[in-house]
Design a protein around this ligand. Sequence first.
Ligand code: AP5
Length: 229
Amino acid sequence: MSKMLILLGAPGVGKGTQAQKLMAYLDVPQISTGDMLRDESRRETGLGRQASAYMQRGELVPDGLILEMVRVRLEAPDARNGVIFDGFPRTLAQVEGLNRILQQLHRKLDAVLSIEVPAQQLVERLSARRSCATCGAVFNQLLDPEAAEKHRCPKGQTVIVQRDDDKPETVERRLKVYTVQTEPLKDYYRRAGLLSEVSGEGSVDEVFDRLVHALVEAGSDFHQDTRRN
Ligand code: AP5
């Protein structure tokens, strides 16, 4: 049974953190366009080189590049039973592109969850974010000051880094870009009857419980699977 959902929300609301938990819960992969672009950029591919200039400025990577990357990823065998989109779509053109791709693949979207956190908290969360460059594990110095230090990377050498685009001036730009280009998507999905808005304040587990509750409310596919877990 397909489970196709979108996690919407401003930079730092916790999309990546919650996608990790939802992946385990629903047994479907996460498609994070941000992680995919950072990977391309690390490997210095043509796409990575094109994308990194936009990312460093806190601006969106052009829609055409993103849609092609997502189309290829959606055709992979592990995406057959559903996916969790994290950080995609981000523009109305990406919404339309996703609709076209899903129609071609005879798939449909089940739910859109928008995580809501006041902007001031987002700046604090993002300046305290650290991650392991080898395995991608994410930490927060405010939530748990020692977690990054204690991390022993399961994939190899532990390399704790701060993301280039988490500098305060870039965070400010990313938040503005979200308000102008991505927030209008909430209206689109509200009109489509797919949107649930969920508070992202409180502990990671509290937010996760709210998201699961919203999924259960959203439809029977999720209900069946959440009961099984
Ligand atoms: P992307 O990587 O998608 O970044 P983002 O959307 O800005 O989101 P973040 O990863 O910053 O935050 P998050 O919501 O995942 O929060 P997290 O869980 O890490 O995109 C980066 C760039 O790539 C874009 O600017 C753009 O250039 C490009 N790009 C990507 N997709 C694109 C697209 N579709 N189109 C065009 N361009 C695209 O949490 C943040 C911190 O808070 C962490 O430290 C975490 O530990 C902590 N935290 C999590 N939950 C809580 C909680 N409940 N309480 C306190 N702290 C918490």
